[in-house]
Design a protein around this ligand. Structure first.
Ligand code: SF4
Ligand code: SF4
Length: 562
């Protein structure tokens, strides 16, 4: 294999690779703004200048192919001076408004100015002023003065989002970004340009001025917006989620996520309509009670029914652990196989980038457990008829809203003898519950989702519920460190009185004579791995940060995996 020497160390490379690609693959930093591993090379920022022996001038590492025997210096005096000059040029017209810039703290211009700049400017003339608040589209604001004309946003839109909506206009120091006349920068992936803009020129209108980045904690999680399960970071300050950003996972979402996920998949966690504690119906009103009263009411009410008088709606929005506990509860305690889930498919709302028409994060996980859309002739289609004929008398709904999906179900639901609902937020079904349990959202618990490709992926608590705080007292610190290291333990702000479904179900099951002996969600997961052969020998550590892919031709044949 051919070899190139960078800063005295030899690296093998594949013919066709550029110097920056070889360096980046081997962990050698060559500063850059316009180069991005997934975009075409534009070579316009000049920040990646390096010295190559036997070449008369500095070359840009992003556009120079590595050659066998080539000797590259990234830290020689000539390379360092070259970078200093580039930094000086880039900063000539820059407004230096870091104190009011959203990018401050995660800005490549700031970082490189410290690391590769001279610390002063010889430019004393008036800076070139440009518009500072240009709304390019529904989600993205542009500050033209901060733009360093790297063209990443233009190339992303054209090459990745397949929406050629941005362009440069003017020349020299007047150059700026514009949309085509009368058009908006509006596509399902527009906010990714905010992530890849190396400076604060493009900001997320939804997040603008909400927090300085160093005030927030970032927790590794999974977007619950569709079956892709994009890897994300959940950014939290004072126990409130302020933004989601994509987390690199080459095999699932690469560097990206869609705008829908980014904008819509956290606000319900902070919302005022959260179910904030357990409720039971007293004199036709849902009344807030304590956990013991709600659980004992559920236990005594459930004893009134038997076997197939129960129907249970599982949830593709809830974790594998939640659904496993529910399945075990249905089979062992309620003694019914009447368990199914409601698919949430938006036909046609899918592309070949990320977005999937299955708008749930875990339907594959449910199928893996053996929970299907329809069981024993029972599905959302037949449920009302079975309730009206009194063959189903008690319905348990976990993290779903059957009345929203099928409004005609409203009358049948009111004919039930008992409706128990587990919900994160108020919805069309919760108002009819006889017992309503507050479910923790994906951002408040540990657990696992399985995406449509069979990637088993971890979610982790990013915000605290009252229950998480209490359980912390009873957990050894080492155990806590294992299960919740990135969790903002000292979170202030509002805490919702909610619990993971598996935990609530286990408490009810144990009161009914079951053996649901779990302290943590990983205890539930370990039991799942003993029962589902595709997950054998997995634990949370093995799943890791980038997930574990189930490979099973049988599951592909059964169309459980694609
Ligand atoms: S707006 Fe940002 S990404 Fe786009 S050209 Fe300017 S600096 Fe580059
Ligand atoms: S593609 Fe799906 S999983 Fe990814 S960010 Fe969008 S909604 Fe979330």
């Amino acid at each position: 294999m051919p070899k190139v020497t960078i800063d005295g160390i030899q690296y093998e490379f594949n013919p066709g690779e550029t110097i920056i690609e070889v360096a980046s693959r081997n962990g050698v930093e060559i500063p850059h703004y316009c180069w991005h591993p997934r975009l075409s090379v534009s070579g316009n920022c000049r920040m990646c200048l390096v010295e190559v022996e036997k070449m008369p001038k500095l070359v840009i590492a992003c556009a120079t192919q590595a050659m066998d025997g080539m000797v590259v210096h990234t830290k020689s005096e000539k390379a360092v001076k070259g970078r200093e000059h580039v930094m000086e040029f880039l900063l000539i017209n820059h407004p230096l408004d870091c104190p009011i810039c959203d990018e401050a703290g995660e800005c490549a211009l700031q970082d490189y100015a410290y690391r590769y700049g001279t610390g002063y400017s010889r430019f004393i003339e008036e800076k070139n002023h440009k518009p500072k608040r240009v709304k390019l589209g529904p989600y993205v604001m542009f500050d033209a003065e901060r733009c360093i004309s790297c063209s990443r946003c233009i190339r992303f839109s054209k090459e990745i989002a397949k929406a050629d909506q941005l362009t440069f206009v003017q020349r020299g120091d007047r150059v700026t970004i514009e949309t085509f006349p009368g058009k908006e920068f509006d596509n399902p992936y527009s906010l990714n340009v905010v992530d890849i803009c190396p400076v604060g020129a493009l900001t997320n209108i939804d997040f603008r001025f909400k927090a300085r980045v160093w005030e927030m904690s970032a927790t590794k999680s999974i977007c619950p917006g569709c079956a892709r399960g994009c890897n994300i970071d959940i950014w939290v300050r004072n126990n409130e989620i302020l933004r989601l950003t994509p987390r690199f996972n080459e095999k699932v979402n690469d560097y990206w996520m869609c705008d829908h996920g980014r904008i819509n998949c956290f606000k319900f966690v902070n919302a005022d309509d959260r179910i904030d504690g357990p409720f039971v119906k007293k004199e036709s009103q849902l009344v807030l009670v304590n956990w013991d009263e709600a659980v004992s009411r559920a236990v005594s009410e459930l004893k009134r029914f038997k076997g197939n008088e129960f129907a249970v709606i599982a949830s593709p929005f809830a974790t594998l652990e939640d659904n496993y506990a529910l399945l075990k509860f249905s089979k062992q305690i309620l003694k019914t196989n009447n368990i199914f889930f409601i698919p949430h498919i938006k036909p046609g709302d899918q592309d070949d980038i990320l977005i999937r028409e299955d708008k749930t994060p875990n339907s594959t996980g449910l199928r893996l457990l053996g929970i299907d859309v329809s069981k024993n002739d029972l599905s959302l289609e037949t449920l009302d008829e079975k309730i009206n004929s009194k063959s189903i008398k008690c319905l348990i709904v976990v993290e779903d809203d059957p009345i929203a999906v099928k409004p005609e179900l409203k009358n049948a639901i009111q004919n039930l003898d008992l409706l128990i609902v587990f919900a994160t937020n108020k919805n069309k079904t919760t108002q009819y519950a006889d017992i309503l349990f507050p479910a923790a959202t994906y951002a408040e618990k540990n657990g696992v989702f399985v995406n449509f490709q069979g990637f088993v992926q971890r979610i982790r608590p990013a915000v605290a519920t009252i229950d998480v705080d209490r359980s912390l007292d009873g957990l050894a610190q080492s155990r806590w460190d294992k299960f919740g290291t990135e969790f903002d333990k000292w979170a202030r702000g509002r805490k919702v009185n909610a619990r993971s479904d598996w935990k609530i179900i286990s408490q009810i099951a144990n009161a009914l004579g079951g053996k649901f002996d779990y302290d943590t969600s990983e205890d539930v997961f370990i039991e799942i791995t003993q029962n589902v052969k595709e997950l054998a020998n997995l634990d949370y550590e093995t799943i890791g940060e980038l997930g574990y892919q189930i490979k099973s031709s049988k599951l592909i044949e059964e169309k459980i995996l694609v």
